[in-house]
Design a protein around this ligand. Structure first.
Ligand SMILES: CC(C)(COP(=O)(O)OP(=O)(O)OC[C@H]1O[C@@H](n2cnc3c(N)ncnc32)[C@H](O)[C@@H]1OP(=O)(O)O)[C@@H](O)C(=O)NCCC(=O)NCCS
Length: 301
């Protein structure tokens, strides 16, 4: 094999990388737009950690690493996207790319995780159908610590919530789409209940229409649901949350259906409910089914 050259990614690589990604990562096809969102659109994107391996002038492999400060103020490293071109597999390319990234970030982070790089991620872990990837990460010393699932909801169902919303008005419960002027109140509400989601949900205000619905109990913000925050334009729902003291009134189901109705209006036939969460809730209210399983891996460094 000709010697391996490692270089940083450039914006001009996106077209070729997208084509190679779709040839090599069979269960998770992407568009150039999604690849752009995952790399240059990530607030923690680092060119020095987004590496291309070339052999004889041809792209042979790719790996994106990054470092984030989590809501708990921990510095954590992630390997976010990676593949090796089929012809170049089992020649140590993924290992070389990984070790280069690990050596650069090791002194800055307490651990490294695989793919579940919330809030900007493609998949919330490794689908074990990528058997070589499981072999690779376990060989590099990663340990599986959890699993999670993505569900899918069929949008051909009736998603109209107007009657249920009307019924709740007698209890002074109001549900509506967020407005720009709600931004600060939403951030404060999330900070109190789900600090990890503050930045993620704030992105909904950048979309037209704002991809966030809110539930108010006697004028007080008590619940929310969002979509099109990650993997924008792919029918991705979430996150959502209802203040524990306000649960059991049917507000979560309405908020969920409002988002799914918006996704349906975009022309999608199905919505993805990623990284669940309360499987019975989504099954019961919108007949969502588990479609993908992901294993989550981490390595203390
Ligand atoms: C996973 C993947 C990136 C591995 O790339 P690679 O360059 O072939 O991996 P390496 O040659 O560096 O392998 C390093 C180690 O991983 C393990 N490994 C990798 N492929 C393996 C295979 N086919 N069988 C068994 N072990 C394997 C081995 O322990 C290997 O070390 P060894 O050859 O000394 O035994 C590649 O198979 C791939 O692109 N798969 C599809 C895309 C994918 O799964 N992406 C991640 C999820 S989105």
């Amino acid at each position: 094999m000709p010697s391996l050259q490692i270089r940083h990614i450039n914006k001009t690589d996106i077209g070729l990388l997208c084509r190679l990604w779709n040839q090599n990562v069979e269960f998770d096809p992407v568009t150039e737009g999604i690849l752009h969102e995952k790399m240059f659109g990530d607030p923690d994107f680092e060119q020095d950690l987004t590496l291309i391996a070339e052999s004889g002038g041809r792209v042979a492999g790719f790996m994106q690493g990054l470092v984030r400060t989590t809501a708990k103020q921990e510095r954590v490293g992630w390997i976010k996207l990676f593949f090796t071109e089929k012809k170049f597999r089992r020649q140590g390319i993924a290992r070389t790319l990984y070790r280069e990234i690990e050596s650069q970030i090791k002194s800055k982070v307490s651990r490294i995780q695989m793919l579940d790089s919330n809030p900007n991620y493609l998949t919330p872990g490794i689908d074990p159908l990528y058997t070589e990837a499981i072999a690779f990460v376990e060989r590099e010393g990663f340990e599986k610590f959890k699993d999670t699932a993505n569900m899918v909801a069929d949008l051909s169902q009736n998603l109209d919530t107007s009657e249920n919303e009307q019924d709740l008005l007698s209890q002074d419960i109001h549900i509506r789409r967020a407005k720009s002027s709600d931004r600060k109140e939403v951030a404060e509400f999330l900070q109190n209940h789900w600090a990890a989601w503050v930045e993620e949900v704030d992105l909904a205000f950048e979309n037209t229409p704002i991809s966030l619905h809110l539930g108010y109990d006697n004028g007080k913000l008590a619940a929310f649901s969002a979509y099109d925050i990650n993997n924008v334009g792919c029918g991705w729902f979430g996150p959502m949350g209802t203040d524990p003291v306000f649960r059991g009134k049917g507000v979560g189901a309405i908020l969920l259906k409002r988002c799914l109705a918006d996704i349906k209006r975009q022309g999608q036939t199905h919505a993805v409910i990623p990284w669940v969460g309360p499987i019975p809730f989504y099954l019961h209210h919108v007949g969502a089914r588990v479609r993908r399983i992901f294993w989550r891996y981490r390595k203390e460094v």
